[in-house]
Write a protein that binds this ligand. Structure first.
Ligand code: ADP
Length: 526
């Protein structure tokens, strides 16, 4: 039996999985690591701790499995950037994490300077601190220059690159197109680093890694790290790895992760789609692990709405109770909950929107509110997928799902009913790690092709039942509720335009009389 070791380096923990050719997971390891918040809005990780926890989790998984894997696959938190000195092997600073907002002003200035269109055209992204480019620019300016390290000794990379470099003892400085496409330095049309963007962000050529195919050759891990020399053959950013792990490698195939928020990718095949409405274009993998395109969007609050009903309102004691509560009703009785607790993402894009519950009557119970929170996940997903379909022209064939809330069978059936396409939930839920295993295993011949890899996976299928639950019919009510939530935010915005600028409660400010002044500026889209 042949095996693949996957290193799954996430935002809060480093995990490792040993996957057998028959799809079984035969070894697991996991280590959490420190989150550093040195200033408000700053989020950092120690690259040495990332390396140490990655090694420890891999050794744990290998010890449990008791096998020598044929290849290593790597998947990682995306956008997080490390800058290090090739001569010493030491990072110049902590890694700046994707959540870090220190470059907000720089991104606003880029927009003000009219750079957004050119950046979007080249990268499929919008200028935002989320992506690596402005963080790398910050590191170069504040750390490299201060330390006086000559440019030819600098190396930069996302977490995959950092791990590859360490595993190969500095022999390989490389990344893959899926990770590169999240840096805002990579031209997704040409499949190469953009000289214009490197100039814009003051990134010297030579410090960026070589971009190699996701199912490709990333060198060999030196024996001293994991007990044996092993070839590194698969690399992908976490969301694209999950897409591949879910068997989505052709146009029209989509995955959604239902966790705290929801993360959706729709594969659009070899042609670049249009994007828009807060939907990003990104690089994904085809069945051979070659670069293809996908649309990507997120819903900020998904399972977190259930959490809020549990912890904030005390309507239930455990999230899984939501299933029986939803089932106990034959319909939603016109109650909708728009969980815009932190604003609305794609496709509405209203950062000022806030949570809205509509349709309450004397007959409304806690079951209605809980059901409405579950329905919101399904309806929000349907809205994003519809916008994606509009942007790509690709029909939706199947939605493959993962994340904590997918254990809710009622929600999964409701989702299938709303979409009118099958929803499929894998039996092994670690889809991100499985995706990296698939890429590495295909490149190393553990599986002859993607179909053979996918044949080792099993799914529970929720087929759409026409008219069941009144699910599709409820979409109209949901959209009306979303419009109400957006209107509430915009009304406040208009009121603010009339109000004098002063500190204090936003609503008091909005209601205050004063001269007409355009002091309200809509917050920009992330
Ligand atoms: P994350 O990785 O973002 O922390 P998880 O994938 O672990 O999230 O999913 C946890 C989220 O899913 C929580 O917000 C929780 O409220 C929700 N959740 C967990 N189980 C259920 C369930 N059975 N029904 C509905 N929501 C659930």
């Amino acid at each position: 039996m042949r095996h693949v070791l996957t290193l799954d380096q996430g935002t809060t923990s480093s995990r490792a999985l040993v996957v057998a050719a028959d799809g079984r997971v035969v070894g697991r390891g996991q280590r959490e690591f420190t989150q550093h918040f040195p200033q408000p809005g700053w989020v950092e990780h120690d690259p040495e701790e990332i390396w140490a926890t990655t090694l420890a989790s891999a050794r744990e998984a290998l010890a449990e499995a008791g096998v020598v894997p044929d290849a290593i696959g790597i998947t990682n938190q995306r956008e997080t950037i490390v800058l290090w000195d090739r001569a010493t092997g030491r990072p110049l600073d902590r890694a700046l994490v994707w959540q870090d907002r220190r470059t907000t002003q720089r991104c606003l200035a880029l927009r003000a300077a009219g750079q957004a269109d050119a950046i979007h055209q080249a990268t499929g992204l919008v200028p935002d601190p989320y992506f690596s480019a402005t963080k790398l620019e910050w590191l170069l300016e504040h750390k490299a220059r201060a330390a006086g390290v000559p440019t030819d000794r600098l190396a930069a990379g996302t977490i995959d690159t950092w791990l590859i470099w360490r595993l190969t003892n500095g022999a390989v400085h490389a990344t893959d197109p899926t990770n590169a496409s999240r840096t805002m330095l990579y031209d997704i049309n040409t499949g190469a680093w953009s000289p214009q963007l490197q100039a814009l962000f003051n990134v010297p050529s030579g410090i960026l890694p070589e971009v190699r195919p996701s199912a490709g050759d990333f060198g060999t891990s030196a024996a001293e790290h994991l007990g044996h020399a092993m070839p590194i053959r698969g690399v992908a950013g976490d969301q694209q790895a999950a897409l591949f792990g879910q068997g989505c490698w052709e146009a029209g195939q989509s995955k959604n992760t239902y966790g705290t928020g929801a993360f959706m990718l729709l594969h659009t095949g070899p042609a670049r789609p249009v994007g828009g409405q807060g939907i990003l274009t990104t690089i994904a993998c085809d069945a051979e692990g070659r670069a293809a395109y996908a649309l990507e969007a997120s819903i900020f609050v998904a399972g977190a709405a259930v959490q809020w009903l549990r912890d904030g309102l005390g309507l239930l004691s455990k999230a899984p109770e939501s299933e029986a509560m939803a089932r106990s009703l034959s319909g939603n009785d016109g109650v909708y909950f728009v969980p815009a607790l932190t604003g609305l993402g794609a496709p509405s894009w209203e950062p000022e929107a806030r949570g809205t519950i509509v349709g309450l009557t004397r007959g409304t119970t806690r079951e209605h509110l809980v059901r409405a929170a579950l329905e919101a996940m399904a309806y929000g997903t349907a809205d994003v997928l519809e916008a994606m379909r509009g942007a790509s022209g690709a029909p939706l064939e199947v939605l493959r799902v993962d994340g904590g809330a997918t254990f809710n069978d009622w929600l999964m059936q409701f989702q299938a009913d709303v979409l009118g396409v099958p929803v499929e939930r894998p039996d092994v839920i670690e889809t991100t790690a499985m995706g990296a295993a698939g890429l590495a295993g295909i490149a190393a011949g553990v599986w002859p092709d993607a179909a053979a890899f996918f044949a080792s996976r099993s799914y529970h299928r929720f087929a759409p039942a026409a008219g069941a639950n009144g699910a599709r019919a409820g979409l109209g009510g949901w959209r009306r509720a979303v419009r109400a939530s957006v209107a509430w935010a915009r009304e406040r915005g208009r009121a603010r335009c009339r109000a004098p600028r002063r500190t204090g409660d936003a609503d008091a400010r909005a209601d205050a009389p004063g001269p007409r002044r355009a002091t309200y500026v809509r917050r920009s889209r992330p």
